[in-house]
Ligand binder design. Structure first.
Ligand code: SF4
Ligand code: SF4
Length: 153
C-alpha cells in the first residue's frame, strides 16, 4: 500500500456513516497532516483504499504513478471487475470540474486507452471515457448507473 500522507480526497468525497458525515463535505477530523484521529479512525476509513493507495505492487492493475496522488490529480479512482467491460474505473472528482484540469486530463487520457472510466461528481454530473468499442456498449449501463448509483454486475 502507498501512504496517503496529507491527501484527504476520499475523506471529503465519501460518506462515513459512523460519523454521520455526508458525501462531499469535509470530515471534521481532516487536518493538514491528513487525519487527526488516524490511529482511531472509523472502520469504514480503515477499510477504504483508492486505486492509487492500493498500488501496483499490492495488486492495483491500473498502474497509477506515484506522483498521481489524488490530491494532486483532483480525482481518486476505484477499480472493479465487470463482466462486460473488464476492469471498470470510477473516477471521483473531488470538486466539480477537476477532471478537466491538466493533471485530470493527463491521467484520464492514459487510462481511457485501456479502460472504461466513469467520471462522477455527486449525483448530477457524469460522463464516460474509454476505448470506442467499450463506449458503444456502455450507454445502457450508464443509464442504470444514473438511476441507481451502481453498475449492473
Ligand atoms: S483518496 Fe486515496 S490516497 Fe487520498 S486519502 Fe483517500 S485512500 Fe488515501
Ligand atoms: S475520520 Fe479521518 S480518515 Fe476518516 S474521513 Fe475523517 S479525516 Fe478521513
Amino acid at each position: 500500500m502507498r501512504q496517503c500522507g496529507n491527501c484527504r480526497a476520499c475523506c471529503t468525497v465519501l460518506g462515513v456513516p459512523s460519523l454521520k458525515k455526508p458525501r462531499y463535505q469535509a470530515c471534521e477530523h481532516e487536518c493538514d497532516k491528513g487525519c487527526a484521529i488516524y490511529k482511531e479512525r472509523p472502520d469504514e476509513c480503515k477499510a477504504y483504499y483508492c486505486a492509487w493507495a492500493n498500488n501496483e505492487e499490492a495488486g492495483d492493475p491500473i498502474g497509477l504513478k506515484g506522483e498521481e496522488r489524488p490530491d494532486k490529480v483532483g480525482l481518486f479512482f476505484d477499480a472493479t471487475l465487470h463482466k462486460t467491460f473488464g476492469l471498470l474505473i470510477v473516477a471521483h472528482e473531488v470538486t466539480e470540474g477537476l477532471s478537466k484540469t491538466y493533471w485530470g486530463e493527463k491521467v484520464l487520457k492514459r487510462l481511457s486507452k485501456r479502460f472504461l472510466v466513469a467520471i462522477v461528481f455527486g449525483d448530477q454530473q457524469r460522463s464516460m471515457v474509454g476505448p470506442p468499442h467499450l463506449l458503444r456498449t456502455a450507454g445502457e449501463q450508464m443509464r442504470q448507473y444514473a438511476l441507481t448509483g451502481r453498475f449492473q454486475e
